[in-house]
Design a protein around this ligand. Structure first.
Ligand code: MSP
Length: 624
């Protein structure tokens, strides 16, 4: 059976791991766990990129040899992955012997084929990015178009890879595989880059020596990107051993900054090596911190070690995957992380588990029994529907959407409890009905434990344990989807899944409120508040926060209103609601769309709730 092969980029060893690195690795780990849950055999790879001028320079600045630096820094990555419970099957290092051998073999293979030739190169080189850029890309200032740093003019004898010969083949491949690069916007970017014309690529260097020597000319070391990309092949046997069971990769996860290497150069190298191409290259966006680019000089680099010391690692993982549509840029803020912990993980998720188990213990001594017949299969049906939505979303690597699906289910189960009122059934001695409700709840928690296992592995393990089930590894999804697969169980409540976290700012906010300036009644009446009915709602794709609404405010034509609701509502949840808007606000442009009005919502440390009227009134009704 072909193993589902997932990779992360291999990380440079000149830096300590930060939130960006942990993001890619956590996403890859989540997919690996998800595929295992589906019963697939998985091979999940991560590792470190240890050659190149950048590493050589970094080592020199701390008086170490490059190998010593690599040996030291690699431990930071390995330690962090362990702390984050990353389930990689192998860790590749580009200074390992098997890798060096594989890169040299690949170089020779391509050389013999005639796709590598010797020449001379002069160009603008960015050492931090380990990449040449063309005059067109760098403009007049001669700074790197990717990282903005100063470029060096480098002239050297070099071996070229005949990339130009692969232009048409690549374009044909992209056309035949429209989901090779995801998300779609990135695919378009890559296609137009290649359509712009490809020049041959310099793939050796003579100006420094920290790299893999060209096998037949040791004056040259192999370009670090040629070296690094081959990790995906060297780590799985380099055409030997298990190689055919694993190759081609199913998903290479990368950041948007290194997409070109993976979606243009890499497939060209592979074509030249006569190897099949990967199925998907999935590019995610970049994290900023409190709205600013992360940098050592700003001192705002987020250390994942610190985060998981302060917050449960499940919460950190949840926040990264949930807060940003996979593919877009995101902003990291502890305030938002706490908001998500308090509202979703404590209120919705933790609370559901806790109240369910409390009732099971209180009303049934923790004993769960399958009823003779089950009248009410609401939760079972909903679980199946939820699962198919999750599958669709995971197919296109939308971790955020999959989590929204899961949490909608969690909320539905909470609602089920409220509506069925097990406490009343207990009081009235309706044992049969009570048992059925508790059994449904048990089965729903079992489904939740299974489906959350890739995303919230620690919480999932705790729930499994409370439900009297084995480790997640003993089951596949069928067990959880077969809703009533457990006939009898003894449950035991074992503490809360998540603890509420107090926000410091919240108290300060309260103080500020008391001190606020008072306004006159006239000032208040300047604001024209109206009821509006939401007719349509759609996500603004390019924005992380905004949703575009069409609202009826009782005027001739509906208005367009843009609001920052994306993180709290799905468009379909908004349609039909009677909301409250400020109708006499000057129009404003948001993401190029004119917004006419502003809606009202309440926000606390835990989430956001729209102001709606208690029962439908005519759109346009004045609020007085
Ligand atoms: N060594 C190369 C990859 C070679 S893969 C054959 C490299 N390493 S890196 O350590 O600089 O970056 C690794 C990954 O971290 C990249 O995918 C990059 O996009 C990601 N990130 C670095 N900073 C980031 C953020 N601020 N936010 C999100 N991811 C970012 O590139």
């Amino acid at each position: 059976m072909k193993r589902y092969y997932i990779t992360t980029p291999i990380y440079y060893v000149n830096d300590v791991p930060h939130i960006g690195h942990s993001y890619t690795t956590l996403a890859a780990d989540t997919l690996a766990r998800f595929k295992r849950l589906l019963g697939e055999k998985v091979f999940f790879l991560t590792g470190t990129d240890e050659h190149g001028q950048k590493i050589q320079k970094a080592a020199k600045s701390v008086n170490l040899t490059p190998q010593e630096l690599a040996d030291k820094v690699v431990e930071n990555f390995k330690r962090l992955w362990k702390k984050l419970d990353i389930t990689n099957d192998f860790f590749v290092r580009t200074t390992d012997d098997y890798h060096i051998k594989c890169v040299q073999e690949a170089f020779e293979y391509i050389y013999k084929k005639g796709d590598i030739y010797k020449g001379e190169y002069e160009g603008w080189y960015c050492i931090p990015c380990e990449s040449y850029y063309s005059e067109i890309e760098i403009g007049e200032d001669k700074v790197c178009p990717v990282c903005g740093r100063k470029l060096d003019l480098v002239k050297e004898e070099t071996y070229f890879f005949r990339l130009s010969a692969y232009e048409d083949k690549l374009l044909k491949f992209y056309e035949e595989h429209p989901d090779f690069v995801l998300p779609k916007t990135r695919y378009n970017e890559i296609v137009s880059f290649v359509k712009g014309g490809l020049k041959d690529l310099s793939i050796t260097r003579t100006s420094f020596d920290w790299g893999i020597p060209v096998p037949f000319n040791d004056k040259h070391v192999i370009y670090v990107w040629f070296d690094a990309l081959l990790n995906y092949v060297s780590a799985i046997g380099c055409r030997k051993g298990e190689f055919d069971e694993i190759w081609p990769a199913d998903v290479h996860f990368v950041g948007k900054d290194i997409l070109r290497f993976h979606a243009v150069y890499w497939p060209a190298f592979l074509m030249s090596l006569d190897l099949p191409l990967p199925k998907h290259v999935v590019a995610h966006g970049w994290w900023t911190v409190d709205g600013k680019k992360m940098s050592k000089s700003l001192g705002n680099v987020v250390d994942p070690n610190e985060m998981i010391q302060k917050y449960p690692r499940d919460a950190y993982r949840y926040f990264l995957l949930r807060n940003v549509p996979f593919g877009l840029d995101g902003d990291f803020s502890e305030r938002e992380l706490i908001e998500r912990i308090n509202s979703e993980l404590v209120n919705d998720f933790g609370n559901l588990v806790n109240r369910s188990l409390t009732m099971m213990e209180k009303y049934a001594d923790g004993l769960i029994n399958m009823p003779i017949s089950i009248e009410d299969d609401t939760l079972s049906k909903l679980a199946k529907e939820t699962y198919s939505k999750i599958l669709e979303h995971m197919d296109i690597f939308r971790f955020d959407e999959a989590l929204i699906d899961i949490f909608e289910y969690v909320r539905a189960v909470n609602k089920y409890i409220t509506e069925r009122e097990p406490w009343t059934l207990n009081k009235e001695g309706k044992t049969a009905q009570l048992n059925e409700v508790l059994y449904n709840l048990y089965s729903a928690l079992k489904f939740i434990a299974g489906i959350t296992s890739p995303f919230l592995p620690d919480s999932s393990a705790k729930i499994m344990d409370m439900l009297g089930l084995n480790d997640i590894g003993s089951y596949t999804i069928d067990f959880f989807l077969d809703f009533y697969s457990v006939e009898q169980a003894k449950v035991k409540r074992a503490g809360m899944l998540f603890e509420r976290i107090e926000q410091k700012e919240k108290k300060e906010e309260k103080k500020g409120y008391e001190k606020q300036k008072r306004i006159s009644i006239d000032e208040f009446f300047n604001v024209d508040l109206r009821v509006a009915k939401v007719l349509e709602a759609e996500n603004i794709e390019k924005s992380r926060k905004l949703i575009k609404l069409k609202i009826d405010v009782g005027e001739e034509k509906p208005r367009t209103l843009v609001a920052g609701l994306k993180e709290y509502y799905r468009p379909e949840e908004l349609v039909g609601k009677y909301i409250v808007v400020v109708a006499n606000l000057k129009p404003a442009k948001l993401m190029g769309i004119e917004s006419n009005g502003m809606l009202l919502a309440a926000k606390d440390g835990e989430g956001l709730a729209l102001l709606t009227v208690e029962k439908p009134v005519k759109p346009g009704a004045k609020i007085s």
